[in-house]
Design a protein around this ligand. Structure first.
Ligand SMILES: NC(=O)c1ccc[n+]([C@@H]2O[C@H](COP(=O)([O-])OP(=O)(O)OC[C@H]3O[C@@H](n4cnc5c(N)ncnc54)[C@H](OP(=O)(O)O)[C@@H]3O)[C@@H](O)[C@H]2O)c1
Length: 270
């Protein structure tokens, strides 16, 4: 496993996404993932699977301090008191005293950001939350969150895959040592049918999905949280640290975003 660093905290670069996994099936997948070597798990209040993940965490032999567990608060709970209550309910469901990372799932149109950030900082001061972050924030919203918070913003979790251009945000994250956590890094499974990725994959003896993950993880400050439920997919997604894409291959994949050289590619000299 490789790590991405922000705020002197090392985060496993590859995590397990759990959206749409529920109940017993979710517990089984997460337990299997932990056995295979996953140490970073992503959930959310909205996914309705925190208790199922809590069961898997209760049954694992992996040390708590090796695990990196992220959860998120949904947009209807962003007012101060609701936010505290929602987070405490998440902790109870997960069976944890502290969550490693707590995110605002989506920016709010109605609740002032300072109110939510104040609640996050309060949860950090009580030890219920270790690190804080945001999700689906623009560069401007991320900048504002950083200004309002007493503590660093560890990540902005956004959609990032070969079809989604996040060049401006990633540039900002690199400049400020923030992690860009790539959600839907497999474009919800669509990368499996991509011809460009398939051609590159053949050269490396890998699959298109593995190449898509490698492309994400080969970029500075990027972590990825693919969701997988089948045992083969779970294992395949871990096996992306034993090969490297060339600059030409990285460029060919960036080109899937529209064929234009982005500022980021130029900055990377690609
Ligand atoms: N913050 C947010 O607003 C937000 C939004 C969306 C997602 N997320 C997070 O990001 C996670 C991942 O995103 P996602 O679930 O949208 O999609 P994804 O990870 O891009 O794709 C998941 C799909 O890809 C398939 N897959 C997994 N590994 C594969 C492989 N090696 N080869 C071929 N297919 C493979 C899975 O199949 P099987 O399940 O059959 O293995 C599943 O159908 C979510 O689960 C969630 O934790 C966050």
């Amino acid at each position: 496993m490789e790590y991405v660093t922000s705020n002197q905290r090392q985060v496993p670069a590859l995590g397990l996404g759990t959206y749409r996994l529920k109940g017993e099936a979710c517990t089984e997948v997460v337990s299997r993932a932990l056995k295979l070597g996953y140490r970073h798990i992503d959930t959310a209040e909205y996914y309705n699977n925190q208790a199922a993940i809590g069961k898997a965490l209760a049954g694992t032999t992996v040390d708590r301090d090796e695990l990196f567990l992220t959860t998120k608060v949904w947009r209807n709970n962003l007012e101060y008191d609701d936010f505290l209550q929602s987070t405490r309910q998440s902790l109870a469901k997960l069976g944890l005293e502290t969550v490693d990372l707590l995110l605002i799932h989506w920016p709010s149109r109605s609740v002032p950001m300072e109110e939510t950030i104040e609640a996050m900082n309060e949860l950090q001061s009580t030890g219920e939350v270790n690190q804080i972050g945001v999700s689906n924030f623009s560069v401007d919203q991320l900048e504002r969150a950083r200004t309002l918070s007493d503590t660093p913003i560890l990540t902005n979790q956004v959609e990032y895959n070969p079809y989604t251009n996040q060049a401006d945000l990633l540039e900002y994250c690199i400049e400020n040592e923030i992690i860009l956590t790539a959600y839907s890094p497999l474009a919800k499974g669509k990368v499996a049918d991509d011809e460009t990725l398939a051609t590159i994959a053949k050269r490396h003896g890998k699959t298109p999905a593995q190449v898509a993950l490698r492309w994400s993880l080969q970029q500075e400050q990027v972590a990825a949280i693919p969701k997988a439920s089948s045992p083969d997919h779970l294992q395949a997604n871990l096996d992306v640290f034993d090969f490297e894409l060339t600059d030409a291959e990285m460029t060919a994949i960036f080109d899937l975003q529209g064929g234009l050289l982005t500022k980021l590619q130029r900055a990377l000299g690609l």
